[in-house]
Design a protein around this ligand. Sequence first.
Ligand SMILES: [Zn+2]
Length: 71
Amino acid sequence: MEEVKVYVDCLNMNHSGDLVRCMDCGEVMLIQLGGTSCGECESENIQWYDEDKPEWTMEELEKEGFIVIEK
Ligand SMILES: [Zn+2]
């Protein structure tokens, strides 16, 4: 199962954010909606984890079986 770093303080009120992968450090993370940089290394070289579903909630991640790591 894949780990997802979730920047809880950056999410909106219903816990949704943009699910992206950083192409430099390889981390998968849920960042603030419209965010453009990696929360770990600050690279702007990030891509959608799933182009068909850019926006996820923490609850959806847990339901899909991701390992959620709150940051
Ligand atoms: Zn990064």
